[in-house]
Design a protein around this ligand. Structure first.
Ligand code: G3I
Length: 568
């Protein structure tokens, strides 16, 4: 079996999102099953193995074996595991439903269950569907064992909130999701979920995201309505994950669908992936199963089936191909991206020649790629398929990976008040955002790259100044910074400076512990790209001992406080 040139998981890695499948450990013994999962998906979720009944079959007995098998399959295959589900009205064991327990007893049983199951998989399951399907289609709360029949003693959504609090206590690092079906469009159910999430977020209830199941037919309803729903949910600052995608279509008695229905289905798969890729907070697309060989649909909806992206022989269907093309053609999103000074992380504007980091772009190389100068000594303006545009000028790229790209603002933006920034990967370009331009925005590089604490400063012997190697009064030390603006003579975009004369920066002042220091040199730094600059200053004779604040002023702007130099 051959998938696309790039398996789904590789395409999803370039988007910084997860592509998952629900799976049943009983099928891992089928060679095609495990091989396809490992090749195509970077996320795995047990279709049934972590549900209350299967995992907790007796009052004091747990059956962890199937769930362990799944987790142990995921680990060597570098797959993240989503847990499903802790609080649900289905697949409850009869000892629980028929036990005649009081709300107080149910409450402690549920807390215990959450603590036991989440505790076992802490560090191995990164996200949980804490509560599943708690609302009716009309937006009212479903009547269940946990809510009111008899319930755990809490009214309305307070029982859901309680479950999230217990889940947070059980594994503080796990992402906690509410998951439901039929809440894809804006409708009464998704309104109710939205209101609950808004309430939870406003009161600080531990809550990370909403799972939209997406058990779809070819009559999905309006994509615009789905988009509006994702926009409002992600607007609350929570993640959205597509958790149970499948698209059921009519099949004949041999399980075969028509070409037309398969094509319609493929378009829907495309549209759902593309929809998720519009939102940086839509962090996973997962299908409910992955092969038509094993799917819940035919058993539940006689006459319907063929709902997944692989056929019964594990061959990719049109649905699969259309998902790959959505991954390859949906534009990167910059909406919640920030462009920050690579030294200080200040992000209010950009300056010519400033080394900046773009955080949050949703398409790029899965693994970090660091550029090298070409034969002419310049850093490339297209690297690993990535470009960062300032108006119509591509910036020299320092490094790139999905979600984080460092580049040098082209000197061409000097004298402009603003620049249009857009990002491109594999020739697919984002829309642009307008960023103000300032003449200078100095930031001093720091040793731990945090933007604070000890500066990246060398002593006269080119050794790093630190607590154990402090600078001495009267020494000339060299600090490294960016955001110094244009140089005199002008610098060239992306040129890695090899020999003097360096382009120098005018009007530079440095203060150590509030005392002005003589500046010996300010300009380009040997071996570093134009835009990183070096300032050689003399430590004042009157400087105090210890970590002294160091401030760099270039033209109209100064570096942020919080950077220090050790003096003795
Ligand atoms: O494990 C037993 C097996 O021992 C027994 O011999 C067999 C006889 O019927 O049943 C097996 O359990 C079945 C289980 O699937 C595993 O195959 C249950 O009867 C059956 O009810 C169960 O169905 C699951 C269903 O949830 C339960 O409501 C489906 O596989 C599963 O796909 C489905 O998943 C749900 C999500 O959790 C929540 N969202 C909707 C989705 C589809 O209904």
């Amino acid at each position: 079996m051959v998938g696309s040139a790039q398996p789904l998981r590789q395409l999803a890695d370039q988007r910084g999102i997860r592509i998952g499948a629900a799976a049943a450990p009983t099928y891992f013994s089928e060679s095609q099953y495990g091989a396809t999962l490992a090749r195509e998906f970077n996320q795995l979720e047990p279709e049934n193995a972590m549900k209350f009944g299967p995992i907790h079959p007796g009052p004091t007995s747990y059956n962890f074996d199937p769930a362990d098998t799944l987790v142990n399959f995921a680990k060597p295959n570098n797959m993240s595991v989503r847990g499903h589900t802790l609080v649900w009205h289905n697949q409850l064991p009869s000892w629980l439903t028929g036990g005649g327990f009081t709300p107080a007893q149910l409450s402690s049983q549920l807390q215990d269950h959450i603590r036991t199951v989440m505790g076992r998989y802490a560090g191995q399951v990164y996200a949980w569907d804490v509560v599943n399907e708690a609302f009716n289609d009309n937006g009212t709360l479903r009547s269940t064992l946990w809510s009111d029949s008899p319930g755990i003693g809490l009214t309305a959504t307070a029982y859901i909130e309680q479950a999230f609090r217990w889940a947070h206590d059980a594994d503080p690092k796990a992402l906690l999701f509410y998951n439901d079906y039929g809440a894809e469009l804006t409708n009464a159910k998704s309104d109710a979920i939205y209101a609950m999430v808004q309430d939870f977020k406003s009161r600080g209830v531990p809550f990370d995201g909403v799972g939209l199941q997406m058990h779809l037919t070819t009559n999905t309803g309006s994509l615009a309505s789905m988009e509006a729903n994702l926009r409002r949910l992600t607007g609350l600052g929570v993640q959205v994950q597509i958790t149970e995608l499948d698209v059921r279509i009519p099949v004949d008695s041999s399980g075969n669908a028509t070409a037309a229905d398969l094509a319609t289905q493929a378009q829907i798969y495309h549209d759902i992936v593309a929809l998720c890729l519009k939102f940086s907070r839509c962090t996973a697309v997962q299908t409910w199963g992955f092969t038509d060989e094993h799917s819940w649909i035919p058993g539940t909806y006689p006459g319907l089936g063929a709902a997944l992206e692989f056929d019964t022989n594990y061959q990719p269907k049109a649905a699969y191909t259309s998902m790959t093309s959505a991954f390859q053609s949906a534009p990167p999103v910059l909406a919640s991206a920030t462009l920050a000074n690579a030294a200080s992380y200040a992000s209010q504007a950009v300056a010519p020649g400033e080394v900046v980091v773009l955080f949050g772009a949703t398409y790029g190389p899965a693994a970090l790629a660091v550029s090298q100068p070409d034969e002419s000594g310049h850093l490339p303006t297209e690297f690993s398929g990535t470009r960062l545009w300032f108006d119509n000028t591509p910036a020299p790229i320092v490094y790139t990976r999905v979600g984080q790209t460092a580049a040098v603002v082209p000197f061409e933006v000097a004298n402009q008040t603003a620049t249009q920034v857009s990002y491109e990967h594999q020739s697919v370009r984002s829309d642009s955002v307008t960023i103000p331009v300032a003449p200078t925005l100095p930031g001093i590089f720091t040793l731990d790259a945090s933007g604070r604490g000890a500066g990246a400063i060398l002593d006269p012997s080119y050794r790093v100044v630190s607590q154990t190697n402090p600078a001495h009064r009267g020494d000339f030390i060299s600090l490294f910074a960016t955001g110094g603006g244009v140089t005199n003579p002008p610098s060239f975009d992306g040129l890695v400076l090899v020999q003097p004369p360096f382009a120098a920066i005018d009007s530079v002042h440095v203060a150590i512990g509030g005392i002005d220091c003589p500046v010996q040199y300010a300009g380009g730094a040997s071996g570093l790209v134009a835009g990183v600059f070096q300032v050689n200053v003399q430590v004042p004779a009157t400087a105090l001992s210890g970590p002294q604040p160091i401030l760099l002023t270039v033209g109209p702007a100064s570096s942020a406080p919080g950077v220090t130099v050790w003096v003795q």
